[in-house]
Design a protein around this ligand. Structure first.
Ligand code: ATP
Length: 202
């Protein structure tokens, strides 16, 4: 099935864009949500995390010890890479299992991932979309959505690849500023993806 990856910086509006695709009947796989869910469910991942970061990574009831993991990976790039190397393949497995449940006749699927480019996940998609928005607007939206300070949002933003870097790997763009309609841009892309998916079949 034709696969479209969608990404963007924090607060760019990728989830908002995905909701519009969902209204059009396109199934969306939310990789970041799934990643959190499978931390306790994927046996291979659980074993890998325990081996890398110790049995104390999980509580006795099987729940993830977030504090322990965060304490190790915070400001430790090697440990963060090690964690990502365990989580990303598990998410790929979860995506394959999810895709197998999608009814035939569905034209294409969407995979939303904050780290679509960084994880290499974009290579498994037929095409991708980068959602962008001006820095100050992203800041304002996330502060309002999460009830956090500008400093907290900036700290999260600074850890991400810049839009300029991401643009180099992007195939399509949604500009989610206050001038352009996100709905119209999604509708235009939807038409393109329907054609591309049809062409892939023939
Ligand atoms: P994150 O990476 O943090 O999950 P995201 O890229 O998925 O963020 P959204 O959650 O879609 O971003 O959007 C961030 C906030 O901005 C949300 O509260 C959303 O409702 C709001 N928002 C997004 N786009 C628009 C828009 N075009 N007009 C008004 N509000 C918007």
């Amino acid at each position: 099935m034709y696969k479209v990856g969608i990404t963007g910086g924090i607060g760019s509006g990728k989830t908002t864009a995905c909701k519009v695709f969902e209204v059009l009947g396109i199934p969306v796989f939310y990789a970041d949500t799934v990643a959190k869910e499978i931390m306790c469910k994927d046996a291979v991942l659980v074993a890998g995390v325990k081996a890398a970061f110790g049995n104390e990574s999980y509580f006795e009831d099987g729940k993830l010890n977030n504090k322990h993991i965060a304490g190790i990976v915070f400001n430790n790039e090697t440990a963060l890479k090690q964690l990502n190397a365990l989580v990303h393949p598990a998410v790929f497995r979860a995506f394959d299992a999810w895709e197998a449940t999608i009814p035939s006749g569905t034209p294409y699927t969407l995979k939303e991932a904050a780290l679509l480019f960084e994880s290499g996940s974009y290579k498994m998609c037929d095409t991708n979309i980068l959602v962008t928005a001006p820095y100050d607007l992203k800041l304002k939206r996330v502060m309002q959505r999460d009830g956090v300070s500008a400093e907290q949002v900036k700290a999260r933003m600074d850890k991400q690849l810049s839009d300029e870097e991401k643009s180099k790997l992007a195939n399509h763009f949604i500009v989610n500023d206050e001038q352009q309609s996100i709905i119209e841009q999604v509708l235009a892309l939807h038409q393109q993806f329907l054609k591309a998916a049809e062409a892939l079949k023939s």
